[in-house]
Design a protein around this ligand. Structure first.
Ligand SMILES: [Zn+2]
Ligand SMILES: [Zn+2]
Length: 344
C-alpha cells in the first residue's frame, strides 16, 4: 500500500509500505478515507518532537481519520464490513490504574497513532482495535467524519470548564482546536465567545462559526478591547495557541474564580505565571490532554446539525500531495484552517 513517511524535518516521501493485517479478533481493518492535518502533526514535521516525544524517522504521521471497515475480527460485534467510522487515535492498555479509573487518555501504556512507537494513518489501510472506531451515520460526509476527532477535543475542553448556560468565554488562538472549542462551547452551553488570533483569516472563520467578537493582537490591544465589553471579566478562557503571550492574555481576561484551560501545546518546556495575581484572584488553571469519551458527543453534535464544521475545512489534497498540505499548514498560507488529505 501507499503511505506517506516523514523522513526528516520538513521532508516527506510517498513510499510502499506492507499492508497491515488483523493481529487480534478484536481488531478491524480499515480503508482510510480522509485524514485531517493536525497542529500536533506539524510539530513533528517542523521540530521532530512534541515535548519529550521525539519522531523516530522515518515514520508515518496522522491521527485524525475517517475510514471504512473492510474486515472485522471474529470477536467484533459492533462493526461490520462497509461501516463508515470515525477513529479515536488513542489505544489504551485497558489494565493500568488510569484506564481502570476511566482516564484512558492518561493511560500509562498508551499508544497514539502517528507518535513515537505507533505508525499513523497517512496510508491506504490501517488496523485498529474495534473499540477505537465509532460508526458515523450516512448523513456525515467524509470531511465531517475526519473532523470528529478535533471536535471531540473541543467538546471535552468545554466540559472541563464546567460552563454555566450563556457563559462568557475567551478563546485565545483560533486554529482548528480553538474553532472546535468555540463550536462545542456554543452548541453545548450557549457560550458567548470572544476569539483572538494572529492570523486574520482564522478570525473570519471564527466569526462564521459564531464568535461574538474577534481581535488580532498584532493590530489592537485585545485584552483592553474585551475588557471594555466585559468589565467584570470572563468566566473561562481556552488557551489554544500554546504560547506564553496567549496564556498571559487569558489570565488577564478572567474574572476572579475564573478558569484558564490550557488546550494548546506549547513548543517551549516551561511557561510562567504571575503567581501573586492568580492566587489573589483564585484562578483555576486546568490542563487538557486531548479528550476522554467525547467522540460520540462530537458525532451527535454534527449529525444533529447543532455544529457545522463546514467553515473549518478549507483545503483538500490527494495522498501524493501531503507534503504540500503540511507546508501550507505550517506556513498558515492561502487561508488554510483544516487541510484534509483524501486518501481513498
Ligand atoms: Zn489532532
Ligand atoms: Zn492503561
Amino acid at each position: 500500500m501507499k503511505a506517506v513517511y516523514l523522513t526528516g524535518l520538513r521532508e516527506m516521501e510517498v513510499r510502499q509500505a506492507p499492508e497491515p493485517h488483523l493481529n487480534s479478533p478484536q481488531e478491524v481493518l480499515l480503508r482510510v478515507d480522509t485524514l485531517g492535518v493536525c497542529g500536533s502533526d506539524v510539530h513533528y514535521y517542523t521540530q521532530g518532537k512534541i515535548g519529550p516525544q521525539t519522531a523516530p524517522f522515518p515514520f508515518i504521521l496522522g491521527h485524525e481519520l475517517a475510514g471504512t471497515v473492510l474486515e472485522a475480527g471474529a470477536k467484533v460485534t459492533t462493526l461490520r464490513p462497509g461501516q463508515r467510522v470515525a477513529v479515536d487515535p488513542l489505544i489504551p492498555c485497558g489494565k493500568c490504574d488510569q484506564c481502570k479509573s476511566g482516564r484512558k487518555h492518561t493511560c500509562r501504556n498508551q499508544k497514539f497513532l502517528g507518535s513515537s512507537g505507533q505508525p499513523g494513518a497517512l496510508s491506504e489501510f490501517l488496523v485498529m482495535p474495534a473499540a477505537c472506531c465509532s460508526p458515523v451515520p450516512d448523513s456525515l460526509s467524509d470531511d465531517e467524519a475526519a473532523v470528529v476527532e478535533p471536535l471531540s477535543i473541543g467538546v471535552y475542553a468545554a466540559q472541563m470548564a464546567r460552563l454555566a448556560p450563556g457563559a462568557r468565554v475567551g478563546i485565545v488562538g483560533s486554529g482548528p482546536i480553538g474553532l472546535c472549542t468555540l463550536l462545542a462551547a456554543q452548541a453545548q452551553y450557549g457560550a458567548k465567545a470572544y476569539v483572538t488570533d494572529l492570523v486574520d483569516h482564522r478570525l473570519a472563520v471564527a466569526r462564521a462559526c459564531g464568535a461574538i467578537w474577534t481581535g488580532n493582537p498584532r493590530e489592537e490591544h485585545v485584552v483592553a478591547g474585551i475588557q471594555k465589553l466585559e468589565p467584570l471579566g470572563l468566566d473561562a478562557v481556552f488557551e489554544c495557541a500554546g504560547e506564553q503571550d496567549a496564556i498571559d492574555q487569558g489570565i488577564e481576561l478572567l474574572k476572579p474564580g475564573g478558569t484558564l484551560l490550557i488546550v494548546g501545546i506549547p513548543e517551549v518546556d516551561r511557561i510562567s505565571f504571575n503567581i501573586s495575581y492568580i492566587r489573589r484572584n483564585e484562578l483555576r488553571i486546568l490542563n487538557v490532554r486531548r479528550q476522554n469519551e467525547c467522540v460520540e458527543s462530537a458525532i451527535e453534535l454534527i449529525s444533529s446539525g447543532r455544529v457545522d464544521v463546514g467553515p473549518l475545512v478549507t483545503h483538500h489534497f490527494p495522498l501524493e500531495e501531503t507534503a504540500r498540505a503540511f507546508e501550507m499548514v505550517r506556513s498558515r498560507s492561502d487561508g488554510v484552517v483544516k487541510a484534509i488529505i483524501r486518501i481513498s
